[in-house]
Design a binder for this molecule. Structure first.
Ligand code: PLP
Length: 354
């Protein structure tokens, strides 16, 4: 490694989270959501580690589904957005991907295929998110004349599972009424619903964020361990007299004689440029504040209160101690977005690289 900066992927924590979720949602099958390169964790590391725990996987697009199929030749793989044209639908069929039917043209493409060449489908119904999904009328039309196989799952997605129990209950009621009418298996629960609303678990749960240890719920967080921890080593340290300022725009100036450590990680590695003052990293078993603006490749921290800090010392930028939850919350950012936007530039590894 040239630059001592990487994201450690803790496979043991991942598996513990998946097993905990499975236990917590006992009686439901576990569909592990691994879209967007497993929420930025690297699908190639995540998928094999879950293969004997997950009952299935979900991805966003067919391309992601094919990538996962190459890693796992047999697991059920659901393509959450469905396919974009007839050729893609055919590829999904050839590679045994389960496709979502989320609108009328996807239904038309599906019904246009010969009966014996139709992929397994999950049918999405719009219960209140108003983004994807068939209306009740469209669903009734699709279900006429038994045009769906017995193993079809009817699913929906919650818009407010973490914040609005009433809306969640309404969406659930709309789903279950249709599922019972058409005698289909059902699925609704994303992470917050898995954790907070046991009545939404149904036949399949679909957690993503919580698998990776990102729980928005403080009381449950103990049970979920961060899977990703981003580490680097101090590149260099300099002493600043009072009045000298750090970084682009000189946004932070020393009010006391200060020791500033420079870290070889920046916003081009997914560390948000928009962080507010008071955001911290973890080194020498304590927190130290980020000071000055985040650069593309570098970050500066104030280690005046850590006299032992020196070049080469290990720093946790976020992870075990400086949780992503804390990083996101303090800065009014989304932990989902931080995870999903980590660029390829930041190496991910399940081996310790430093
Ligand atoms: C992303 C996604 C999930 C997982 O949501 P989390 O909040 O990450 O658990 C579940 N279902 C659908 C349809 C999704 O798009």
């Amino acid at each position: 490694m040239t630059r001592p900066t990487f994201a450690y992927i803790d496979i043991e924590a991942l598996r513990a989270n998946a097993l905990w979720l499975k236990q917590h949602c006992l009686g439901s099958k576990l569909m592990c959501v691994v879209k967007a390169d497993a929420y930025g964790h690297d699908l190639k590391l995540i998928a094999p580690a879950l293969s004997n725990i997950a009952d299935g996987f979900a991805v966003a697009h067919c391309t992601e589904g094919l990538e996962l199929r190459a890693i796992n030749p047999t697991a059920p793989i659901l393509v959450l957005e469905g396919t974009f044209d007839a050729a893609e639908l055919n590829a999904a069929y050839q590679h045994d991907l389960t496709v979502a039917l989320t609108n009328t043209w996807q239904v038309r493409d599906y019904l246009a295929r010969p009966l014996d060449q139709r992929p397994t489908v999950w049918v999405k119904v719009d219960t209140g998110m108003h983004r994807l999904g068939l209306s009740e009328t469209e669903l009734n039309a699709l279900c006429r004349d038994n045009r769906l196989p017995q193993d079809t799952v009817l699913f929906t997605h919650f818009s407010d599972a973490d914040t609005d129990a009433e809306k969640t209950a309404l969406q659930l009621a709309r789903l279950t009424r249709l599922g019972e009418r058409h005698k289909l298996m059902m699925s609704a629960a994303n992470s917050p619903a898995c954790l907070m609303h046991p009545n939404t678990h149904l036949d399949w749960v679909r957690p993503g964020y919580s698998l990776y240890g990102g729980s928005p719920l403080a009381h449950i967080e103990d049970n979920l361990r961060p899977v990703m921890s981003v580490y680097t080593r101090i590149h260099s340290i300099r002493s600043l007299p009072v009045g000298e300022c750090v970084g682009y725009g000189s946004t932070w100036c020393a009010e006391r004689a200060s020791k500033i450590a420079t870290l070889p990680i920046g916003y081009a590695d997914g560390y948000p440029r928009s962080i507010k003052s008071g955001t911290k990293v973890w080194l020498h078993n304590q927190f130290a504040p980020v000071v000055g603006r985040v650069s593309m490749d570098l970050l500066t921290i104030d280690v005046t209160d850590i006299p032992a800090a020196k070049a080469g010392d290990l720093v946790e930028v976020w992870g075990q101690h400086m949780t992503l939850h804390a990083l996101a919350n303090h800065n009014e950012l989304s932990g989902y977005e931080i995870m999903a936007r980590i660029p390829k530039r930041l190496p991910r590894s399940s081996d310790w690289l430093l």
